[in-house]
Design a protein around this ligand. Structure first.
Ligand SMILES: Cc1cc2nc3c(=O)[nH]c(=O)nc-3n(C[C@H](O)[C@H](O)[C@H](O)COP(=O)(O)OP(=O)(O)OC[C@H]3O[C@@H](n4cnc5c(N)ncnc54)[C@H](O)[C@@H]3O)c2cc1C
Length: 324
């Protein structure tokens, strides 16, 4: 592959975290392939290119009011035109909802292979491989791209931790908008913000998560207290929401929220794949479960086999004493 491109995602004038992680993936592939890394910004405000240029050696900018939002039709048509002269390339984007809206259509327009929600990407003997999960997170698959000169990868949040670079600022190249925005059939009407709860578990660094193992009449203050001591937030598995013990925005999993904390403490959670699917981005999973054969121990970094009613107060006290 001759080029690595990263499409910048933005919302309300701010570059989204998914972009920085895609840049981290791009840097890795760029050094493995010896290919140039270019960030592409389609925006109503070219000033964001300055921020990107601190992290990418080259930034291509197409400035037009149509790109105030991530308009999928405008993005597909524009990328098709501006990438036409490129030879072989890998185009990286975050695996966000906005990007999932157009990633398949974009890969068709570019005549490129597509692998979505990749949690790893690497080059072996000059060939690109990516890993992604299939069948509701039941299996990991390693995919290669037979005879593909162009590949589109979307990158799962939390898979490529981003660290700011101290390299010199990259070059910014302005590109004329190659499409006629008035010819587009799709237009942005307005943002409708998702209902927000009192906590945002998706952006929490420390999560204490409770499952059915807490019993039928639990004292939630015990778990909230542990979360407070750890400087984290309280989350849960689906049965806790089904029992109306916590609101839905606390639920982790495939039908809940996908989280990527630095520490995830699972209390009385068995480790069903629908739950684990929501914590794939967490580097440190600690599980407390009284059943030594609970599936969660197969994926946990550390496990405590025991009754959470005994373990939680001890953990809380121990952490408090360490903080004193
Ligand atoms: C379409 C679909 C979507 C789903 N989406 C989600 C989702 O987004 N998130 C989600 O979480 N689930 C989801 N589920 C449900 C999922 O399949 C599991 O049923 C659920 O995750 C189990 O929750 P749990 O681990 O809390 O409970 P259980 O599986 O019942 O596990 C409870 C665990 O607690 C342990 N335990 C019991 N008492 C104690 C004690 N005193 N001390 C220590 N350990 C104890 C037990 O050994 C057991 O391992 C979904 C299911 C479907 C069908």
């Amino acid at each position: 592959m001759e080029n690595i491109y990263v499409l910048a995602e933005h919302r309300k004038g701010v570059i989204r975290d998914t972009t920085w992680e895609a840049i981290a993936a791009g840097r890795k592939l760029s050094s493995e392939l010896g290919a140039e890394l270019t960030c592409i910004l389609l925006s109503a405000n070219a000033a964001m290119a300055e921020t990107l240029s601190t992290e990418a050696p080259r930034v291509m900018v197409v400035e037009n009011p149509i790109f105030e939002t991530m308009n999928s039709e405008a993005i597909i048509k524009t990328l098709k035109e501006i990438l036409k002269p490129s030879g072989s390339y890998v185009l990286l984007m975050g695996a966000s909802n906005a990007i999932l809206d157009f990633a398949p259509g974009l890969s068709v327009a570019l005549d490129a292979a597509l692998a979505t929600d990749c949690f790893s990407a690497e080059v072996r003997n000059g060939k690109l491989f990516a890993s992604r999960q299939m069948y509701s997170y039941k299996i990991n698959s390693l995919v290669s791209f037979k005879d593909s000169e162009r590949v589109v990868l979307t990158i799962r949040a939390g898979s490529f931790p981003f660290t700011p670079s101290d390299a010199a600022k990259g070059a910014i190249e302005n590109v004329a908008c190659p499409i006629d925005p008035t010819s587009l059939k799709k237009r942005f009407i307005k943002y409708v913000e998702a209902e927000k709860g009192d906590v945002d578990i998706a952006s929490a660094d420390i999560i204490v998560s409770i499952g059915r193992g807490i019993g039928d009449e639990p004292d939630l203050d015990v778990f909230q207290s542990l979360a407070d001591t750890m400087g984290g937030v309280l989350a849960c598995s689906r049965p806790i929401v089904d029992k109306n013990l916590l609101p839905k925005f606390h639920q982790v999993g495939t039908s809940g929220v996908e989280v990527k904390p630095k520490v995830y403490l699972a209390l009385g959670i068995s480790g069903a794949f629908q739950h684990l699917g929501g914590i794939k981005g967490s580097p440190l999973l600690v599980a407390v479960n009284k059943d030594p054969r609970a599936p969660i121990f197969r994926v946990a970094s550390y496990g405590i086999v025991g009754d959470l009613n005994e373990v939680v107060p001890v953990l809380n006290e121990k952490i408090k004493s360490l903080k004193r």
